[in-house]
Design a protein around this ligand. Structure first.
Ligand SMILES: Cc1cc2nc3c(=O)[nH]c(=O)nc-3n(C[C@H](O)[C@H](O)[C@H](O)COP(=O)(O)OP(=O)(O)OC[C@H]3O[C@@H](n4cnc5c(N)ncnc54)[C@H](O)[C@@H]3O)c2cc1C
Length: 436
């Protein structure tokens, strides 16, 4: 087997993957199409460009985003190192000067003798040798077509994601489990509303503030998957006859059919997360919190993912990829970054670290490196490969992805601190065992 790995895409995932390979002595050909071609969102010639916000979210390790970064640091993340070097004041968040950050990552990649950066579009995935596809949510058209050919299935080009809440934050005194007409067991959690509650919710939903889409996101976003607020604007009863229809349901608290119902469906096998069925939305995040919390069972809901509708090329990864980020059927072909169905700068970088380590292990004949589900990186890598997830949509770091601590801790802050301590200890042990 050739000792050179092809990495396609010099963004968050590609740079991390290339450096993990290089430091294990594996030679890398890193293809980046900029500056010859730019996606509609990329503007700079540098590698690892931030296309939007300059924040890498919370810094403290008792938060999901902070824990993710701390785990990545243990595995030698170039993105976390460069982010700390180029940080700007941002309260509790880790935010960066975007130009200095990208310049620092570019310098680190270019200084690595095992990496050759090739500034060309890669239009096809090499069918021989080990390759990592890290071409991002705006992968070039030719490459996207080749990915679809290789995977035997079309890619998803838009997120149409409904929000997700943690199971423990649902008020079960105001919700009941039941499937419509009692078919399918207790698969759904129903959040009922009476007429007054619905009318207030409806009024706020249709008047809430929406996100302004980029021009390149406007075409096709709504095909076959309409945001709940757009459907609601068609008439006061439209969603009561659509995703919020109460038919076939009886609220045990009243013995009657509710006026309207939001159904929640399990998002992961562990049952710690639920999505709001049919609630794909384009509302601003703060508005989602405000409006959806008007549903009584969600009054104190903790949202771990907001609904989004934007351009985003990603694979239906469950069944197609393993938690080691290679194709189930083709262990030489790896995917990394947003294209795998992780969501966010650092989540993409984290998947690049894992894909890079595993691609190196493949070349060097070493065993796979899969972190335990108690770690944020391990939980995300399992999420993208979890075949029990029905409507697969991208996922960012969330405490709700981690299994509960061994002992019950009621206070949320203390519970998150315990989860973070356990995760970091586990990553340390796994990393040491893999190196040793
Ligand atoms: C409009 C928009 C706004 C976003 N805002 C945010 C945000 O605020 N916060 C956040 O956390 N995440 C945001 N994201 C998600 C963000 O893109 C990812 O978090 C992150 O950049 C993904 O990392 P990646 O390595 O997978 O892809 P990227 O960082 O996009 O890197 C992919 C690289 O591959 C190159 N490439 C593509 N095709 C080819 C090819 N055929 N040959 C060679 N090179 C190729 C591209 O030029 C690019 O440099 C946003 C995404 C979009 C599209």
């Amino acid at each position: 087997m050739s000792n050179t790995v092809t990495v396609i895409g010099g963004g968050f995932a590609g740079c991390e993957a290339a450096l993990q390979l290089a430091k294990r002595g594996v030679k890398v050909r890193l293809y980046e199409m900029k500056p010859r071609r730019f996606s509609p969102a990329h503007k700079s010639e540098a590698l690892c460009e931030l296309v939007c916000s300059n924040s890498f979210k919370a810094a403290r390790i008792e938060s999901a985003a902070g824990l993710l970064k701390a785990e990545m640091e243990l595995l030698g993340s170039v993105c976390v190192r460069c982010a700390k070097l180029t940080a700007v004041p941002a309260g509790g968040a880790l935010a960066v000067d975007r130009d200095l950050f990208s310049a620092a990552v570019t310098a680190a990649v270019e200084a690595e003798p095992n990496i050759t950066v090739i500034r060309e579009e890669c239009t096809a995935i090499p069918r021989e040798g080990v390759a990592i596809v890290a071409a991002g949510p705006l992968a070039s058209e030719a490459l996207s077509e080749d990915i679809a050919r290789l995977c035997g299935a079309p890619l998803s080009f838009f997120d149409a994601a409904a929000p997700i809440v943690t199971a423990e934050s649902i008020d079960f005194t105001r919700a009941f489990t039941q499937s419509r007409y009692e078919k399918g067991g207790d698969d759904y959690v129903n959040c009922p509303m009476n007429k007054e509650e619905y009318e207030l919710f409806y009024k706020e939903l249709v008047s809430a503030e929406r996100v302004i889409l980029h021009d390149f996101e406007k075409d096709g976003v709504y095909e076959g998957c309409m945001p709940i607020e757009v459907m609601a604007a068609r008439g006061e009863n439209t969603i009561r006859f659509g995703p919020m229809k109460p038919v076939g349901l009886r609220d045990p608290a009243t013995g009657r059919r509710p006026w309207a119902v939001l159904q929640l469906r399990k998002e992961n096998a562990a049952g710690t997360l639920y999505n709001l069925v049919g609630f794909q939305t384009n509302l601003k995040f703060g508005e989602q919190q405000r409006v959806f919390s008007l549903i009584p069972a969600l009054k104190n809901a903790e949202f771990v993912r907001w609904g989004v509708m934007h351009r985003n090329t990603f694979l239906k990864s469950p069944g197609l990829l393993t938690p080691a980020f290679h194709m189930t059927e083709r262990p030489d072909i790896f995917f990394a970054g947003q294209i795998t169905g992780v969501e966010g700068y650092m989540e993409s970088a984290a998947s690049g670290i894992l894909a890079g380590i595993n691609a190196a292990n493949r070349v060097l004949g070493r065993p796979e490196f899969i972190l335990p589900p108690t770690s944020m990186m391990g939980a995300l890598s399992r999420y993208i490969a979890d075949e029990t997830v029905k409507d697969f949509q991208p996922m960012g770091a969330a405490m709700g992805l981690l299994p509960a601590p061994e002992e019950r801790i009621r206070d949320k802050k203390s519970r998150y601190a315990a989860l973070a301590a356990r995760a970091l200890e586990d990553v340390r042990q796994y990393a040491a065992a893999a190196e040793g």
